[in-house]
Design a protein around this ligand. Sequence first.
Ligand SMILES: [Zn+2]
Ligand SMILES: [Zn+2]
Length: 178
Amino acid sequence: MKTKICSKCLGDLPITDFRKRLNKKKDYSYFRSWCRFCERVAALEYYRLNREHIKRYAAEYRRLNKEKTYIRKRLYLKNNPWAKTSHSIWVRVKKQYKKLGIKNYLTTQALRFLWFRDKAFSMKKPSIHRIDSLGNYTLKNCKYMESREHTILHNHRRQMQPRTTAGVFAGAGVYEQR
Ligand SMILES: [Zn+2]
Ligand SMILES: [Zn+2]
């Protein structure tokens, strides 16, 4: 196997541990002198030290390139439809679930996992369901459901647990026990 010495950590590493850079105009490619790991560490360190500057720069870029940003965002959501779920969960957690203490522990990557596990891509309108309606948004407690079936399920639960006796209705099939 071909190896290369990283000029940062001085490790003799397989060539696949280095990022390849392609120069299209000059039509040649080369490997970076730092390995992937060293590059990552340096990038994180740079971000840590210049966070405010980077944030301000990014905001300024978005302000000046509104159309580009909009197109990129649309494209991102098209390719990563589970990211929409992530957004709607954050809205729910901040608003109607706040007083119930329901928290979100699902990352976008976790939602991606659920998306493929539950085959949400083949659903007409996928929606996220918490199995225990008083539980948090976690990998164990969540699954994607067809929106129609989801509504039916919650309507059924609502009928089984009338609001007059059990507790206060708190939206999306959640009953707060008093
Ligand atoms: Zn290195
Ligand atoms: Zn549900």
